[in-house]
Design a binder for this molecule. Structure first.
Ligand SMILES: O=P(O)(O)OC[C@H]1O[C@@H](O)[C@H](O)[C@@H](O)[C@@H]1O
Length: 240
């Protein structure tokens, strides 16, 4: 291996749970309101199962559309500039982004210190490093945690949109990360906690796909393409 490509939320920083909570706040308000209007039963968003299966790791609007489809709800896509109260996929996505940004601002963000130790050890061993995340808030999260200098390249939700790269589970953003480091995919390892993320690593034929299991989904991570599953990156340091 010559390079390590790290997902952000849930691998480097403890923000997967911030996203899951923001999705729940957004979807529950929407579903409750919809139930009142239509007489349908209100079935809340499950911040574990619904999040892992439909939302985690995907670009924001893809996550919205994917969860709504799981409930048989079809909304117009709308456009990225839709106001947060628009009943469109983009409107709901913008609503969720307001919630996530408020939570990041008010509560701050914590890193996984063992992940940072792993990145530092990888760099000390001469490996190249990049962050590959679907999140359009990546730059802000790297900034507030002060870890942006540990990575030579960043392929995030903003870059993906600019370059028209399909998001995870497609491999394109990871391939762009490897290309930015000038390393062939077979010489790069992918570190991911999301099912869509390990699937992207597998689809890109990367040298090694490490699933990071924060929520007790080791089997699902393997089924979706992880070559190995750890609960924390410190396990890899101990073995080294
Ligand atoms: O809404 P953002 O910050 O652009 O992030 C998009 C997605 O980014 C992924 O990293 C997270 O796993 C998802 O939960 C999140 O929805």
């Amino acid at each position: 291996m010559r390079a390590c490509l790290f997902d952000l939320d849930g691998v480097l920083t403890q923000t997967a749970k911030v996203h899951a909570a923001a999705w729940k706040e957004t979807f529950d308000a929407y579903l409750r309101d919809r139930a009142e209007r239509t007489g349908e039963a209100f079935v809340p968003f499950d911040a574990a199962d619904d999040y892992d299966e439909y939302v985690d790791g995907k670009p924001r609007a893809d996550g919205t559309a994917s969860f709504l489809a799981s409930r048989g709800i079809e909304l117009p896509a709308g456009s990225p500039g839709d106001p947060p109260d628009a009943e469109t996929v983009n409107g709901l996505s913008n609503r969720k982004n307001e919630v996530v940004q408020r939570r990041i601002r008010e509560d701050g963000v914590e890193v996984y210190s063992s992940s940072i130790a792993f990145v530092e050890a990888a760099r000390a061993a001469g490996l190249r490093t990049a962050v590959v995340s679907s999140s359009a808030n990546t730059a802000e999260v790297l900034r507030v945690t002060g870890i942006e200098n540990l990575f030579e390249a960043r392929i995030d939700g903003v870059v993906a949109r600019e370059r028209h790269l399909p998001g995870k589970p497609a491999p394109d953003t990871f391939l762009a990360g490897a290309a930015a480091l000038d390393v062939a995919p077979e010489h790069a390892a992918v570190f991911e906690d999301a099912l869509a993320g390990v699937a992207a690593g597998h689809a890109g034929r990367f040298g090694h796909v490490v699933g990071v299991d924060r929520v007790g989904q080791a089997d699902a991570l393997k089924e979706h393409g992880a070559d190995v599953v750890v609960q924390d990156l410190s396990e890899l340091l101990e073995e080294a």
